[in-house]
Design a protein around this ligand. Structure first.
Ligand code: RIB
Length: 287
């Protein structure tokens, strides 16, 4: 089964230090790197590396950052038929501050060319969605275009995954188009206006989402694992312990979502799919 992913690519400008500065404070960092980013792009690369048949739908400028993206897609085997280059626009960038003691980050992402993705762009690239079995989106593309694409994907019979990151208000009528909703605990808390601290909080949040019409809820909980609930079952899959310290969690959720879509495309059941997604950062893949 094939997977189409709508989203953005940006260049991540990552600054590592012993703390993430509070507003008004300057810290001396340890190192910086410039690398690929953007949730959708990260997910597409992760999914392709994990063995998925993946097409990415986005818009880039025609610049060095776009070259970085295209080289990666070629190496990872991502189909770029719907990666559109616009020489009048710049590819976006994200400023990422990382606490290397804890791996936590703070991100400011500027989507650049991908900010112009609209309904017409979705219509122009609809064949990619229509030819796929699974559709995955996040919330870094415009809400209007993303909800439009989600609706068309559902109408086309795709299994749909919405990774609601960054969390933002969504129209009520979009939820019936979502088969899998994959917030992390912070994002889940945003939608129910309450912080998620325990498994009981996950159960209550998931119930709210199910009542909105979403069919399956996965709340990713970092080192605590992933909570799953639908109308038939619910379970918590603990995260496997790492043997090395965590230095950067940037993109962990993207690796999870990309790998989850691959496992679904290989007809894995929910539990197997979540376990596979959790392990995805360890260069795992179905052959
Ligand atoms: O999820 C991590 C990503 O969020 C980063 O790569 C950054 O670009 C932002 O889009």
């Amino acid at each position: 089964m094939s997977i189409s992913i709508l989203g953005i690519f940006v260049a991540d400008l990552c600054f590592f230090g012993d703390e993430i500065p509070v507003p008004g404070k300057t810290v001396l960092g340890k190192k910086y790197i410039i690398g690929p980013g953007g949730k959708g792009s990260n997910q597409a690369i992760a999914a392709s590396r994990a063995g998925g048949d993946v097409s990415f739908i986005t818009k880039l400028g025609q610049d060095n950052y776009a070259d970085m993206a295209l080289k990666l897609y070629q190496e990872a085997g991502v189909n770029t038929q719907a990666v559109v280059l616009d020489s009048n626009l710049n590819t976006g960038a994200a400023g990422i501050l990382i606490n290397q003691q804890t791996g936590e980050n703070a991100i400011n992402v500027v989507p650049g060319a991908a900010a112009t993705i609209d309904r017409k762009f979705i219509d122009d690239n609809l064949s990619i969605i229509n030819n796929s079995n699974i559709f995955l989106a996040q919330l870094e593309t415009s809400i209007d275009a993303t909800m439009y694409a989600l609706k068309l994907a559902k109408k086309n019979g795709c299994t749909t995954i919405l990774n609601p990151a960054p969390a933002t208000n969504l129209p009520d009528d979009c939820f019936e188009n979502v088969d899998f909703f994959t917030p992390n605990e912070t994002e889940a808390g945003f939608f129910i206006n309450q912080s998620i601290e325990s498994e009981k909080d996950c159960q209550s949040a998931a119930k709210v989402f199910l009542d909105k019409g979403i069919r399956n809820i996965l709340i990713t909980l970092g080192e605590k694992g992933c909570f799953f609930k639908n109308n038939e079952e619910e379970f918590l899959i603990p995260a496997k312990k790492l043997s090395v310290p965590v230095v950067d969690t940037t993109g962990a959720g993207d690796a999870f979502n990309g790998a989850f879509s691959v496992a679904l495309s290989k007809n894995k059941n929910y539990k197997e799919a979540i376990e596979f997604a959790s392990l995805s950062s360890r260069n795992f893949g179905y052959s």
